[in-house]
Ligand binder design. Structure first.
Ligand code: UD1
Length: 350
């Protein structure tokens, strides 16, 4: 009887990088699923107003620490202030491929230093579960498609890519040494789109490097034209192929992965899942989807290949479908439409 009268304690989750693109959408889904969210983000590539967007959607503004995870003393402060932390979802990282080639030590220091600090602090304070933000970049150009989790990890094409590979190895080895802790690494394919409410979305600083923000910024008139990087690849229309999934679908996968860990349904203490739709889409097909979804004719031209680009990659998501009971639900056209809605919202256009 006493048990029934006790308040149901919400599970408390630290979301690092929680004001970022994928982090903010995941914070929303976590709150909607009844988790208490604590965000740590040093705002190096995001804006504090994202917290208002999260509140507009969920009615809750998460507790927020404007701290750098490389600063162990600050991290200790969070754990001292927050008490028991049940789990961590670790998004915070530098993610620009080209910049990482120019500044490798910044990437190694930031992306790996923050992860090592988190692993140390979770051990000290009895946090048992970790979800890690990884990338399909770990596969390089795979020999066979679609890519399964057992496809070989290829030598990284950039320091950024290597921080994802090394991050996974660091977590795997750390979990192997700790009986009471467990982690899931989620290898994202290409997240796109924005929350359907247009309260949160992608906020690239400067000229976007990724395809969809470049498309929407071109459509809104911020850029003259989209340059399609190559039409002479060995693909049906000659442009590169990727697996684009909606960011809300991706965010939901984090909630299911977290629940799997917290409910002890994991099969080992380090698991890896591909997160994608399972369908490859070319750059030209992505443009056609945007045009179809919005009714806007996009100004684009073909230019030379971008150095370091992978020709084609798409996921075999069947392991995540089966084990996480997760699959993508939002179509490519819907994803483009939400990206466009968000672009219009942030430029004050209707
Ligand atoms: C890139 C990174 C990947 C990283 C991800 C993070 C490379 C090789 N890969 O993924 O490691 O995890 O960003 O966001 O850099 N495209 C154009 N014109 C543009 C922009 C893109 O044609 O202006 C094409 C690209 O050639 C590519 C596709 O669009 O075929 C997607 O590009 P992008 O959004 O940059 O993602 P990835 O290259 O897949």
């Amino acid at each position: 009887m006493a048990d029934l009268l006790e308040p149901v304690m919400k599970k408390k989750v630290i979301v690092t990088g929680g004001t970022g693109y994928i982090g903010s959408h995941t914070a929303v889904e976590l709150i909607a699923s009844g988790f208490e969210v604590v965000i740590i983000d040093n705002l190096c590539n995001s804006d504090v107003t994202v917290l208002d967007g999260i509140r507009a959607i969920t009615g809750i503004k998460p507790v927020f620490y404007d701290y750098d995870l490389c600063d162990m003393a600050k991290l200790e402060e969070v754990f001292a202030a927050e008490g028991k932390i049940d789990a961590i979802i670790h998004f915070a990282a530098f993610k620009a491929v080209g910049e990482s080639v120019r500044k490798p030590l910044d990437y190694y220091r930031n992306n790996l230093g923050s992860l090592i600090n988190l692993l140390a602090v979770m051990d000290k304070h009895g946090t048992t579960s970790l979800v890690f933000s990884s990338s399909c970049t770990v596969y390089g150009q795979p020999d066979t498609l679609p890519v399964t989790e057992s496809s070989p990890v290829r030598e990284a094409a950039s320091p950024y890519g290597y921080t994802k590979q090394a991050g996974e190895v660091i977590i795997r080895d750390t979990m192997a040494a700790r009986a009471d802790q467990k982690a899931i690494s989620l290898r994202y394919f290409n997240p796109i789109g924005a929350h359907p409410t247009a309260h949160i979305g992608e906020l690239p600083r400067g000229v976007p490097e990724n395809l969809v923000p470049f498309i929407t910024q071109t459509a809104i008139g911020l850029r003259d034209e989209l340059k399609v990087f190559g039409n002479d690849y060995d693909t049906p229309d000659g442009s590169c192929i990727r697996d684009y999934l909606h960011v809300v679908d991706l965010a939901r996968a984090h909630v299911t992965a977290l629940k799997r860990l917290l409910e002890g349904r994991n099969r080992s203490n380090f698991e890896v899942f591909n997160l994608g739709t399972g369908t490859g889409v070319s750059v030209l097909e992505a443009i056609a989807s945007f045009e179809r979804a919005t009714g806007i004719k996009l100004n684009y031209s073909i230019t030379s290949r971008r150095p370091g680009d992978i020709e084609k990659i798409w996921a075999d998501p069947s392991l995540a479908n089966r084990e996480l009971n997760w699959k993508t639900e939002i179509t490519l056209d819907e994803s483009m439409e939400t990206a466009w809605r968000w672009e219009k919202k942030i430029r004050n256009k209707s």
